[in-house]
Ligand binder design. Structure first.
Ligand code: TXA
Ligand code: MG
Length: 317
């Protein structure tokens, strides 16, 4: 069986340099031993990911990886104390024990302490961190359930550790700490910016292909195969009268569209529920016999900011 909850098997495979899909609270990761360059190369090949796009390393605690870091700013310590384990990734100066392939040659490594109990248990028993991007082919929507991983990468992974559906459903928030102890958010994600602001000033960067700060944060990312148009549903529907459309709505249903072609992110209008459902909803609309997906904005606050960011990128051509 390729899918299961056998931690011993996952550990043994990772120690051999194999790829294992791991559950996290954000999305499923495609994991390998971060200190084994051959294993890390397998990740890039399996995802068809360009090697200029650096990976996040995952550990059970900051202490576990401290010897691999050159320095841990006090603000990073405070952030991890507050939010780890959780959907927060921090860029930290690294030593050369971490292969260049992991960081695309950058002087920093992205570190995250994920919150899923199975994966935390696994990380505690390993004597190396796990490099893990989201477990999807490069450019596609991230997986939030084990069957999403199996649908696209079953051949490429040795094992899928089944941790059920992801609790948060959006990738981690990525933070860079400046020399003036300011937080720069390079990717909006599962930890709302409002939570970070409790610890100091935050500046949010809109990323694009031309943003050299975050080499992998391409604008067109998280994209379904079907075209996705983003805006106000009434206008979008009026603008595509003769096409077979799928609808991705925040909380309401559209009476004129068949129910099977609609996905409602949260009937109650709850942003955490909407985040949990977002990627599975996009994936399932993408499998329908339709011409395009029409999606609406959610409220631009809390997790809604990251949801809108993913929708914007899914709609980029
Ligand atoms: O929630 C998550 O973060 C998930 C789970 C599996 O942990 N991982 C994830 O990884 O979303 P990935 O590879 O899909 O996205 C990581 C992003 C990339 O866009 C990459 O460019 C950026 O992090 N990144 C990694 N290291 C970096 C660095 N040293 N400097 C700037 N950006 C970096
Ligand atoms: Mg990804």
């Amino acid at each position: 069986m390729k899918i299961g909850t056998d931690l011993g098997k996952a550990k043994a495979l990772l120690e051999e340099g194999k790829l294992v899909a791991i559950p996290t609270e954000t999305v499923y990761g495609l994991a390998a031993n971060a200190l084994n360059e051959d294993a890390v190369l397998r990740i890039f090949k399996a995802k068809n990911r360009p090697t200029f796009d650096p990976l996040i390393i995952h550990a059970a605690s900051l202490e576990q990886v401290r010897p691999l870091l050159r320095d841990v700013p006090s603000l990073a310590e405070r952030l991890f104390n507050h939010f780890a384990p959780g959907p927060l990734t921090i860029l930290l100066p690294r030593t050369h024990q971490i292969p260049d392939l992991v960081t695309a040659g950058l002087g920093t490594v992205a570190l995250r302490i994920p919150r899923h109990p199975l994966t935390l248990e696994l990380l505690k028993t390993l004597d190396f961190p796990l490099a893990a991007p989201s477990a999807n082919p490069f450019g596609y929507v991230s997986p939030t359930r084990p069957d999403h991983v199996a649908a696209q990468l079953e051949e490429q992974v040795s094992y899928i550790l089944d941790g059920g559906p992801a609790e948060v459903g959006l990738e981690s928030t990525i933070v860079q700490i400046t020399s003036e102890d300011k937080m720069h958010v390079l990717r909006k994600g599962g930890l709302p910016i409002e939570n970070l602001e409790a610890l100091g000033p935050v500046k949010v960067f809109q990323h694009s292909t031309s943003n050299p700060r975050a080499p992998g944060m391409l604008k067109s990312h998280y994209a379904p195969r079907k075209p996705l148009k983003l805006g106000y549903l009434d206008e979008l529907l009026a603008g595509h009268p003769n096409q077979r459309v799928g609808v991705l709505a925040f909380k309401r249903t559209i009476p004129e569209i068949p129910a099977a072609q609609q996905r409602i992110l949260s009937p109650e209008g709850d942003l955490a529920e909407a985040a949990r459902n977002l990627f599975a909803a996009i994936r399932s609309l993408d499998t329908l016999d339709i011409d395009l997906i029409l999606a609406e904005w959610v409220p631009e606050k809390g997790l809604g900011r990251a949801i809108n960011d993913r929708l914007r990128r899914a709609s980029a051509e």
